[in-house]
Design a protein around this ligand. Sequence first.
Ligand code: SF4
Length: 372
Amino acid sequence: MSALAAQSASASSQAHEAIAAALLTWFSKSHRDLPWRHTRDPYRIWVSEVMLQQTQVITVGPYYERFLAHFPTVGALANAELDEVLAVWQGLGYYSRARNLHAAARVVRDCHGGQAPGEPAALRSLPGVGEYIAAAVLSIAFGHDIAAIDGNVKRVLCRLFDCAQDPDRAEGRRTLRGHAQALLPPGRAGDFNQGMMELGAIVCLPRGPLCHACPVSRFCQARAGGLQEERPLRRSRPPVPHRELVAAYVVRGERLLLLRRRPEGLLGGLWELPNLEIAASEGEAEAVQRLLQERLGVQAKVGEQLATVRHAYTHYTLTVRAYRCELRGEPQAKEPWDAARWVSIGEREALGLSGVTIKVLTRLPWPGERLF
Ligand code: SF4
């Protein structure tokens, strides 16, 4: 290495150390008091990181407490039925997270003596544990020197280093990982990672970053160039498709017919009203008849329309119109469901319901439900 190159490497390493030191000092004074910051228990940290993926801190808090009250250990989660886990998770969305957490807890119970593994390859092999969750748990709970890069951290890194690459493509990811690892202060990865996440969550905001309150502003290359709002690069998103569905509201005595989705897929394991996407050439009443005959194997009378709800998932939006129906015969659960049940209002709490079904049922009384 030439003397000039050595000098430049040393200056850059000093800048990295100064950034990490400023961030750690700020984090120790300014971090929010969040329930998962009071523990080093790998299971509890793992649960928090799973919940925090795709969900905001303010929403996660009560769910986190409730989940751990029901399942205080990996063993308690592993021994629970999936229906119970989904019922406790209900309302948090992205149910594949709960299904994976439950499946992973069973692997931990059966293969790791009931303790979340602190060995990177073993942790990474668990269902639902990707690069980010593994890095967060390993650094915070086990003290490994690994950078954890979530969406907030990506944004901070893109701005700090004025990175003009797409952070979601391989080259951009490699660049950011290199910057994050270079910043990481040995032995302090847990606090450093949490500090970066916190900075992205409350200071380095997606729009209108609070640079005047930022502990690393003097090092920030995007700020120096006035490019904060242009980092990270934004990709234009294709329009979100919309689907039209019908649903059947079928009552027997004081019980409502619900079906459970097969375990795989977006809503796997959740209970819902029988429903079907309307075909392009079909009317709504026709679609309800097709739903009842082809999917439930019963003849039926289709009554009036009771409710219309709209719902948005990440990749598409829905309009669902619910119709009262009277069945002649016993319904069979066919694809995409694996169980049918007549559910009383008292049994409702024990089942995980899909978000759309919850919305429809807030507009319709449960059979036998007293409204006043
Ligand atoms: Fe983000 Fe502004 Fe801080 Fe740069 S100075 S890291 S843009 S908050």
